[in-house]
Ligand binder design. Structure first.
Ligand code: ADP
Length: 293
């Protein structure tokens, strides 16, 4: 788990979340998760892993079968208006009032929020090439997505949740968008969480990554730290058990091999040596995604 060097209380905290759709298997299965102020977290998981379900549960849009969610210190089922106004959400498919123009849409949303940054809105509209006065239905998919993101950034939320926000943006749009998100966090210590299955989106900035697999967050850590530290160890089962005990490491994934050997994915703390019989290989983000999701 990631720990930032400050003591702020979490922006979002989920404990023991259990959720299954009617007649379906558990999608979230005893999930614990914490998001801290100043974190940009990429939520990674395969299609169908439960990313949308998790983000909806985090926002209180879906009630879990068990467990509890706190946002900005309040129970998600009893958020007061002031706290609600500190949260921003960009769903995967926004229903954007197709008959409105962007200017009308933004004016409408502005009326709900005590805080609204007109200068930011204007800057992004021009940078992201969205004309304020044409009907939303005439915008491309990517432009609609960008407009949703502008809408969610405009009230300067302290907690910003985005579900696959880059899905229909071109690569240049993604880079701008990611810079904008990071700017949000650096400026105001906000928390940003977004889901994706596009690994290259994460590699541009020092994000935290969280892996959702089998209904739980299997691992969350700063990306650069993961790439520096996580290795694949191969050796005999006995050697491996001794090594993990010595490193005080939690195996992230164990794969049995032939002849009493195994491959173990775990962190190798800087400066630690490994016994001669054990092979150590570096792991990249693609490997991590393949092995942990
Ligand atoms: P992801 O966002 O990671 O692709 P989802 O949260 O959309 O995953 O879905 C997780 C699982 O729950 C999938 O198996 C999906 O089919 C199922 N699911 C999602 N929404 C519903 C729903 N409204 N009713 C029943 N099953 C659903």
């Amino acid at each position: 788990m990631t720990h930032f060097p400050h003591t702020d209380s979490p922006s979002a905290e989920l404990k023991g979340i259990q959720l299954a759709y009617p007649k379906g298997p558990a999608v979230l299965n005893g999930l614990d998760w914490q998001l801290l102020p100043g974190q940009v977290v990429g939520l990674l998981g395969r299609n169908g892993a439960g990313k949308t379900t998790l983000l909806e549960t985090l926002l209180g849009l879906r009630e879990p079968d068990a467990g509890r969610v706190h946002l900005l210190g309040q129970d998600v089922q009893h958020l007061d208006d002031a706290t609600r106004a500190r949260i921003g959400y960009v769903p995967q498919h926004s229903d954007l009032f197709e008959g409105f123009t962007p200017a009308q849409l933004l004016a409408y949303f502005k009326s709900f929020y005590p805080r609204w940054n007109d200068a930011k809105v204007e800057g992004l509209m021009s940078r992201w090439d969205i004309r304020a006065e044409q009907p939303i239905r005439k915008l491309s998919g990517g432009q609609k997505q960008r407009l949703s993101i502008i809408r969610a950034l405009a009230h300067e939320p302290d907690l910003l949740v985005l579900d696959e926000p880059v899905a229909s943006l071109d690569p240049a749009g993604r880079r701008d968008f990611l810079r904008e998100l990071v700017g949000e966090v650096l400026d105001r210590g906000a928390t940003v969480v977004f889901s994706t299955h596009i690994l290259s989106d994460l590699e541009r900035v020092a994000f935290n990554v969280a892996f959702l697999t089998q209904g739980r967050i299997a691992l969350q850590a700063p990306l650069d730290e993961l790439l520096d530290q996580v290795c694949a160890f191969t050796g005999s089962v006995t050697e491996m058990a001794a090594l993990m005990a010595r490193l005080n490491a939690q195996p992230l994934k164990r794969t049995p091999l032939e002849a009493g050997r195994e491959r173990v994915l775990a962190r190798l703390p800087a400066g630690e040596a490994v016994p001669g019989g054990v092979a150590v290989d570096p792991v990249n983000l693609d490997d991590l995604f393949a092995e942990l999701t």
